[in-house]
Structure formats: structure tokens, C-alpha cells
Design a protein around this ligand. Structure first.
Ligand SMILES: C[S@@+](CC[C@H](N)C(=O)[O-])C[C@H]1O[C@@H](n2cnc3c(N)ncnc32)[C@H](O)[C@@H]1O
Length: 273
């Protein structure tokens, strides 16, 4: 094989995207572990559940479809397949049946058991790479076990902190964060990081919670949820405004009863005449 045809593994490619590549990378569990045994304890009830051994087992088949589909207004809202098709579309990726697919580099923030990561991998072509990042060892173990046959693009999983993304600036063509922004202890810091790692012209998509009405009782319930379970319920314009204030353009939103899908594009470089 000529040197130009030597295949660089998804792991090596992912290590090449890091701000501070570890001297001795630990991928013994099938994912690149950047947290190690010294990882901090989960800061909330919601996070503890995600790191348990039980929830990851039922997450993809039961918890995710039932919980998310109800929150999206089942049977009127989009089901999981429609949600994933919209994610690929809004991120500028291809659909699984398309013959031409971009060789994009994509980040799936808080990938859980890799359900969305695999759906994104089905929208990138040869040479593409989808990196799924999560803090939970139990979720990542499921993601690694289900990795085979993800799609055309390669997949690599990383154990890391979504609120302090370990990647270099402007690394990804697309960033996706589904079902997790409401769980982060610092959602706006996490959002800053997602925008930072996006290349100019790259696209970001977020599926998160939505407070349907601005009534005081609704705010109060949201505050109780945040304090008791570490679950933030975002206002109707809160996430779109956060994207706009970070310089994203073409910001769009789909509203569901208790969730929202929000996307935007990082400003492309200015063209000089
Ligand atoms: C509800 S799951 C979402 C999984 C998948 N993205 C989906 O849409 O179904 C939320 C995930 O966020 C992860 N998570 C929460 N806080 C995190 C953090 N600070 N850093 C990395 N992952 C985090 C949890 O471990 C969990 O796997």
C-alpha cells in the first residue's frame, strides 16, 4: 500500500482533533477516555441516572422513544426517524438512501448510547467522521457495543465533559446536541464550546426542553425541577436568542409541546472583493 493510501483509524483522527492530545491515550474500553478514574461525581439526579447501569439498558428502546415522543407531542410530533432525518437535513448531511454523501466531520455532544451518533454517521460518506462524546461509562459501553454498521462514515466515541469540550477551535463541520443541554450544570458554557469547535460556515443543531407558556406557575415548576433534579426547562426564545447572541445566523426553530429543535450556522468568513 502506498503511504498516501494508509488508512488512519477513527481513533487516530479523533486524537488529531484534540486541543491537548494525551501522551498515552486510553482506549481500552473501546472509547477514548479523557476523564479517567478521577472523573467528578455527577452533579445532579438526572446525571446520576445517566451514569447508572440500569437506565442505559432501557434508554434507547423504551426511555428515549416514549419520553421524547410524548414531549414532542406524539402522535402529532415527529417520531425518532423523522427527528433524525431533520437533524441530518439541518446539519447539511445526506439521508441514508442518498448516493452522494459529504465527507463531513461531525460532533455528537452527549451521545448517550450512540443512537443519534449512528443516525448522523448514516448521513456522511467515505472519509467522514462522527465523534460521539459523553461522560457516562455505562452509556458509552452501549454505544461501543452497537457501533458496527453505523453508516458510511467512521465513528469514534470519547469520554469527556460536554461543558469543557476537549477539541480544537473550528474543528467540526457540524455539531449536534440532542436531549442533553437541559442536563448540563452550565448549559451556556457548553453552548459556547459547541460554537467554538464549529468551523465558520458549520452548522449546529440542538434538541432540548421547552417551557410551553410563560406563566409564573410554569416558571416555578421549572425552578423546582432545576433545583431538585438538575433539569433546566428553557423558555420559548431562550435557546434561539442564545444562538443569535453567539453570532450564529440562519437560526431556525421547531416548537413541540415540551421540546424544541433549534439550529443555526456559524458565520462564514467575510468575503473580500
Ligand atoms: C438523555 S441522554 C441523550 C442521549 C442522546 N443524545 C439522545 O438524544 O438520545 C443525555 C446524555 O448526556 C450525558 N451528559 C450529561 N451531562 C454531560 C456532561 N457534562 N458531559 C458529557 N455528557 C453529559 C449523559 O451521560 C447522557 O448520556
Amino acid at each position: 500500500m502506498s503511504p498516501s493510501r494508509v488508512r488512519v483509524s477513527a481513533l487516530d483522527r479523533t486524537i488529531g482533533l484534540l486541543k491537548e492530545p494525551p501522551a498515552s491515550p486510553d482506549a481500552s474500553a473501546g472509547y477514548l477516555d479523557l476523564l479517567g478514574p478521577a472523573a467528578e461525581p455527577p452533579p445532579s439526579l438526572a446525571q446520576s441516572m445517566m451514569r447508572s447501569t440500569f437506565l442505559p439498558r432501557i434508554y434507547e428502546r423504551v426511555w428515549r422513544p416514549v419520553g421524547f415522543n410524548l414531549a414532542k407531542g406524539w402522535p402529532l410530533g415527529p417520531d425518532t426517524a423523522a427527528e433524525q432525518a431533520t437533524a441530518r437535513d439541518w446539519l447539511g448531511l445526506a439521508q441514508p438512501a442518498d448516493t452522494a454523501k459529504p465527507s463531513a466531520t461531525v460532533l455528537d455532544v452527549a451521545c448517550g448510547p450512540g443512537n443519534v451518533t449512528r443516525a448522523l454517521a448514516a448521513g456522511v460518506g467515505e472519509g467522514g467522521l462522527v465523534v460521539g462524546l459523553d461522560a457516562s461509562e455505562t452509556m458509552l459501553a452501549r454505544a461501543v457495543a452497537a457501533r458496527n454498521g453505523s453508516g458510511d462514515g467512521e465513528v469514534c466515541y470519547v469520554r469527556g465533559n460536554a461543558v469543557d469540550l476537549p477539541f480544537r477551535d473550528g474543528t467540526f463541520d457540524a455539531v449536534c446536541c440532542f436531549g442533553a443541554l437541559y442536563m448540563f450544570d452550565d448549559p451556556w458554557g457548553a453552548l459556547d464550546g459547541m460554537v467554538r469547535v464549529l468551523r465558520p460556515g458549520g452548522r449546529l443543531i440542538i434538541l432540548t426542553s421547552r417551557r410551553p407558556v410563560a406563566l409564573p406557575v410554569s416558571r416555578l415548576t421549572g425552578e423546582v425541577l432545576r433545583r431538585a433534579a438538575g433539569f433546566t426547562v428553557f423558555g420559548d426564545r431562550e435557546v434561539t436568542n442564545a444562538l443569535t447572541s453567539r453570532g450564529l445566523t440562519a437560526v431556525r426553530q421547531h416548537r413541540y409541546p415540551l421540546m424544541q429543535l433549534v439550529a443555526g450556522t456559524r458565520q462564514p468568513p467575510a468575503k473580500h472583493p
